[in-house]
Structures are given as structure tokens and as C-alpha cells.
Design a binder for this molecule. Structure first.
Ligand SMILES: [Zn+2]
Length: 440
């Protein structure tokens, strides 16, 4: 067989082992993995001293196109993810406008992504109070699951579901055999607490955090799990920020419920001390927590209690973060960090002594398995030739290194112990640190 590409001599992270070996690629697929592949006349990349991980899968990004492309966009967003070692993303149904709550909106997104994305993609559909009748056609059209909010989404065209709409939506999603992803924070609690703070003129970052306490997350998780028991609907909890919520979800798993959770890289690398340096760029919902909570979340990742890690990349145009004419409560909440998920997990793994096979699971295999993405998420013969080539060389995040549309980020000035040298999606190089495809 003639090959299109051979990656030679890297430390290859297969599902259960890391070995120094070669990988041969043909027609975008991995066709051979062995200690020495003859490479006469074939394009070859020498990877001695580098790590070859499966291309990361980010199950949670907001590219906001169409409608809010000035916040991010498919082209800038997908290039930014490629620079972070990702080869597949799942785009959320908001904050694009129209949101992905019916098939015409999904088709629009499919068309734009086919034109602009440099890596692979899938789409979440949205569950909002008025679109239960649309879920079946969205499912048939291939959405990977549905996303709903049980607290205010912060984005007016995407309404949160009340308890009845949630219950009815879950019945329908269960019938369709799909997964419901939930932003779980109690709207009643967060709304009430925020109103109190605002009425009292308490508008600092600390007040914002106190208006979204851990109990608001835990209560919403418990309620959703109760509904899952009744409806049989599979659940995936997005951006879980607290050890208490992780424990409640794991207890439900132990009882046999079809439920998973993700946390985000920002809950692992940062805590509420980050407001001092990054101010409103550290604002997200749920908020960054206390340092002790951050440490517990890292331990839970190390203990295998968290299914996978995502970015929840959700930037906005700079004026929505401008505090000269709005309060901290009114500023957009969302982290500009899609480029750093794999690097964040590598950092946590180094700190906790986790094997690279675990990094591959947390960033690629687990989301592929959970959402039934065939031939992705592993380095294995027959799988897509999706690779993140990583080097253990410190990487200080400067504005120039950030490839997202906007450069202000919580991650600015963070130093990672690793950096991404190159990324391949289906055998094609989509990022290379040293070839002018980025400013790194
Ligand atoms: Zn999100």
C-alpha cells in the first residue's frame, strides 16, 4: 500500500499505551501503527521528542455564526481550536441568531460551516419552550443532542425552559433516543439573589459570584436528575463547577441513570482570585469558585469522576465587556478560551501524575463515545487521522498567541508546561506553530 503521510518516531498515545512508533495515513485515515514503517517516497514528518495525541474534541463551543459573527465566527473559531490541538467541535445552538431551534436554522449553520471551518464539526440543537414539535426533525437531520437552560441564558432569542417545558422536552428527547445537555443553575435562586445584590448596589465580582452559589447548581442538577428518572431521558450536564454537583451526578450514575458531565478548563486552572487580574474577562456562569473548590475539582478529574473537559468558549465583542457604561452584572459572561482545553488538561495531568492515556480520554475519546461519533477520538487503525502534536516546552500565553477573534482572555499571561506544535485533521495539517499559520 502507498501512504499519503507518515508520522515518525513520536510518543503515540493509543487508548491503553504510549509507545514510540510510526503512524501511516491514507485517504484521511490511520492505516498502520507500528514501530517502523518504510517511508520511501512518502511525505514524512519526524516527531522525535514530541507527543502524538488524538485530535481533541471540544463538545462545547459558541461560534455565534450566523448573527453574531463579530463575537467569534466559524473561520476564526475553528482556526483557534486547531491551534489548540482540536479537530472536532460541537457548536451550541446559541448565541448564533437565529438560534439552532429548527431545521432551517441548522441548514444555515451547516452551509456556513462547510464553507468556513478548517476542522470537523457537529451541531447541538436547542430545546426552548416553543419548539418541542421541531425536535424530531432536528434529530433526523443529525444534531448530536439538545441543549436547554433552566436558568436565564443571557441571550434573549434563546428562552430558558420552565419545569413543565423541561419535563415535556425530556419525554420527547427520550423518545428520540437523544441526549439533553443542561446548563444547570436554579433560575429562581440566581434571579432572586442577583436582584438583591443589584438593589443593594453590591455590584462587584464577588457579589456576582455570591448571586450564583453552588447550591443553585446542585438544586438544578437534582431536579433534572429527578426528571430523568421519570422520563428516561439521557442527560449531559455542561460546565459543572462544583464538587457537590459532581457527587450528585456520580450517585445518579451509580443508580444506573444515563447521565454524564463535563467541567471546563477554566474551573481547573483558575479560581475567584482571577478577577483581580482579569476582571470581567473572568466572568462566566456558573462563576469561578474559591481556590479550595478548584483544587477539589482537579482531584475529581484525577479520580475519574468527570467524564470530559470542554472549553465553553463563549466570547463576545469588546463593547459587551466594557464596564464604563454597564455594571459587572450587566457585562457579558463567557470565557474566551477555546484554544487551551487540551493544554489545560495536560497541565492538570502533569500536576497530578495522570498518564497521557487519561488526557486522551478526557479530551477526545470520552466525548466521541458519549455522542456516538464514529472513527474519532482514538489513535487506532481505521480511525480518522486526527492528531494533536504536543511538545513539553513552556508556553506563555500572550495576546499575539491567541487566535480567537478577540485577544482579551482569562488565559492571557498563563504559562502552560506544554505547547501545540501542529494539528492534523483527517491527515491534513490545519495548524503548525512554525509555518506561519499562527503568530506563535
Ligand atoms: Zn456554553
Amino acid at each position: 500500500m502507498t501512504f499519503d503521510l507518515i508520522l515518525k518516531g513520536g510518543a503515540v498515545v493509543e487508548p491503553h499505551q504510549v509507545t514510540l512508533c510510526d503512524i501511516a495515513v491514507k485517504d484521511g485515515k490511520i492505516v498502520q501503527i507500528s514501530s517502523e514503517i518504510m517511508s520511501d517516497g512518502v511525505s514524512t514528518v519526524e516527531l522525535e521528542g514530541k507527543i502524538v495525541l488524538p485530535g481533541a474534541i471540544d463538545a462545547h463551543v459558541h461560534f455565534n455564526e450566523p448573527g453574531n459573527v463579530e463575537w467569534e465566527g466559524i473561520e476564526t473559531g475553528s482556526r483557534m481550536l486547531a491551534a489548540g490541538g482540536a479537530t472536532l467541535y460541537f457548536d451550541m445552538p446559541l448565541n448564533s441568531n437565529p438560534p439552532t431551534i429548527d431545521v432551517p436554522a441548522l441548514e444555515l449553520k451547516e452551509q456556513l460551516s462547510a464553507e468556513k471551518s478548517v476542522i470537523d464539526y457537529r451541531f447541538w440543537g436547542g430545546l426552548v419552550p416553543e419548539n418541542i414539535s421541531e425536535l424530531e426533525s432536528l434529530s433526523e437531520r443529525g444534531v448530536i443532542g439538545f441543549k436547554a437552560f433552566i436558568s436565564n441564558s443571557g441571550f434573549e432569542p434563546f428562552k430558558c425552559v420552565d419545569n413543565l417545558a423541561l419535563l415535556n422536552g425530556m419525554k420527547e428527547i427520550s423518545r428520540l433516543g437523544k441526549i439533553l445537555a443542561l446548563h444547570a443553575e436554579s433560575d429562581e435562586m440566581t434571579h432572586h439573589l442577583a436582584s438583591q445584590k443589584i438593589a443593594g448596589g453590591q455590584l462587584e465580582p464577588k457579589d456576582y459570584c455570591e448571586s450564583r452559589p453552588i447550591i443553585a447548581e446542585v438544586e438544578a442538577v437534582q431536579r433534572a436528575i429527578a426528571y430523568a428518572e421519570i422520563t428516561g431521558c439521557a442527560l449531559h450536564f455542561v460546565h459543572i463547577s462544583s464538587p457537590d454537583a459532581v457527587r450528585v451526578i456520580n450517585e445518579a450514575k451509580m443508580r444506573g441513570l444515563n447521565v454524564t458531565l463535563e467541567t471546563c478548563s477554566h474551573y481547573l486552572l483558575f479560581n475567584d482570585g482571577a478577577f483581580k487580574e482579569h476582571g470581567v474577562y473572568a466572568k462566566c456562569a456558573p462563576p469561578l469558585r474559591a481556590p479550595s473548590i478548584q483544587q477539589e475539582m482537579i482531584e475529581l478529574v484525577a479520580d475519574g469522576k468527570i467524564d470530559f473537559v470542554t472549553s465553553d468558549h463563549s466570547p463576545c465583542s469588546p463593547e459587551l465587556k466594557d464596564l464604563s457604561n454597564r455594571t459587572f452584572f450587566e457585562a457579558w459572561g463567557g470565557i474566551n478560551g477555546g484554544q487551551f482545553t487540551l493544554l489545560a488538561v495536560l497541565e492538570v495531568a502533569k500536576e497530578k501524575g495522570l498518564p497521557l492515556t487519561e488526557v486522551a480520554k478526557l479530551t477526545a475519546e470520552a466525548p466521541a463515545v458519549r455522542f456516538g461519533i464514529e472513527c474519532k477520538g482514538r489513535i487506532e487503525v481505521g480511525y480518522d487521522a486526527d492528531f494533536a502534536i504536543v511538545e513539553e516546552v513552556p508556553f506563555l500565553v500572550t495576546k499575539d498567541a491567541i487566535l480567537a477573534r478577540h485577544k482579551d482572555s482569562l488565559y492571557e499571561n498563563h504559562q502552560f508546561p506544554y505547547q501545540i506544535a501542529a494539528t492534523y485533521c483527517k491527515g491534513q495539517k490545519v495548524f503548525a506553530r512554525n509555518e506561519g499559520l499562527s503568530h506563535i
